[in-house]
Write a protein that binds this ligand. Structure first.
Ligand code: ATR
Length: 287
């Protein structure tokens, strides 16, 4: 990559930001497309997020991604919030308009949907109720994606029921029923499920394991994990042994970057096996 006087600029704001794989992801696509652009890590302390976002148009940036802890704080700074990001309650992508206005979007729902379609092309929203484990930020994006795809019933299983209830309240539409359950009721929730998604941090390296008995899940039901360190979680290993189609968490991370790249740099990009290998190598190097 060579920086020139016309290089288009984007980046990721986070605190800390050093763990982010997004600079490697976007640099891969910039190299692949040959676009004169750069994507930078932008370490921004929580108390500086407003100044940092307001500086983007002044400095000529096309936009940026947001990661922890800025995804909610950005709501009070941006000029416009796309309706989907408002429903999910988090902004992960900023796009600067030609007039210098700052728009907040959320691309996690897109990332989840594209990855699912990529990995299990024959999954149908009519396959049956979707069971989502978790009610945090990731779960909210996944519920929005599934509701918009036409899933008629979504069952949330979460440790903190209040959190599940507020998710159900915020993301219900006339076309989708969202129910909530505790972990004690998970076997019943799985019984006729058409999709199972782990959207908790359980099973991630350094976190407690996710111990789930899959025996009540119908055999053809796909099992998705958003965890990508390790890539093959205990949940996915157990699902694979039982013959379920399985989807790991790396693809969602990669696909969620596509809309931002397209908006800032003006070209569509794809998630390829080579890209997966490049990101997996950076994850392995960090172990
Ligand atoms: P993210 O933005 O990645 O979704 P989050 O908002 O912190 O992260 O959500 C983490 C999810 O993992 C939540 O559903 C959380 O359950 P609670 O809402 O009850 O906190 C779930 N989770 C994390 N650790 C857990 C544990 N030890 N047992 C059960 N659930 C856990």
């Amino acid at each position: 990559m060579r920086i020139t006087g016309t290089t288009r600029l984007a980046g990721i704001m986070g605190w800390p930001v050093t763990h982010s794989r997004s600079p490697v992801l976007h640099s891969f696509w910039l190299d692949e497309t040959g676009i004169d652009g750069a994507y930078l890590p932008l370490p921004v302390r929580p108390q500086h997020i407003e100044q940092a976002l307001r500086s983007l148009p002044i400095l000529g940036f096309r936009g940026c991604n947001l990661t922890v802890p800025h995804k909610r704080a950005a709501f009070s700074v941006v000029d416009r919030v796309e309706p989907l990001a408002r429903r999910i309650g988090a902004i992960n992508t900023i796009v600067i308009g030609p007039d210098g206005s700052i728009e907040g979007r959320n691309t996690d729902a897109f990332g989840f949907r594209e990855n699912l379609l990529d990995m299990v092309p024959d999954w149908s929203p009519r396959a049956g109720p979707a069971v989502i484990l978790g009610a945090g930020g990731a779960a909210r994006a996944i519920v929005a994606a599934l509701a918009d795809a036409g899933v008629a019933e979504i069952r949330i299983v979460n440790r903190t029921l209040d959190r599940a209830a507020s998710l159900a309240h915020d993301l219900s539409t006339p076309k989708v029923t969202i129910s909530i359950s505790s972990w004690d009721e998970v076997d019943t929730a799985l019984r006729d499920a058409g999709l199972l998604v782990n959207a908790t941090s359980l099973g991630m390296a350094g976190e407690p394991a996710l111990m789930l008995d899959l025996s009540s899940l119908p055999p053809a039901t796909p099992v998705v994990d958003i965890v990508y360190v390790p890539l093959e979680t205990d949940l996915l290993a157990a699902a694979r042994r039982r013959g379920h189609p399985v989807v790991d968490g790396l693809g969602m991370l990669l696909h969620q970057g596509r809309p931002g790249f397209e908006a800032w740099f003006g070209a569509p990009v794809r998630v390829t096996p080579k890209l997966r290998d490049v990101i997996l190598a950076t994850l392995a190097a960090a172990q």
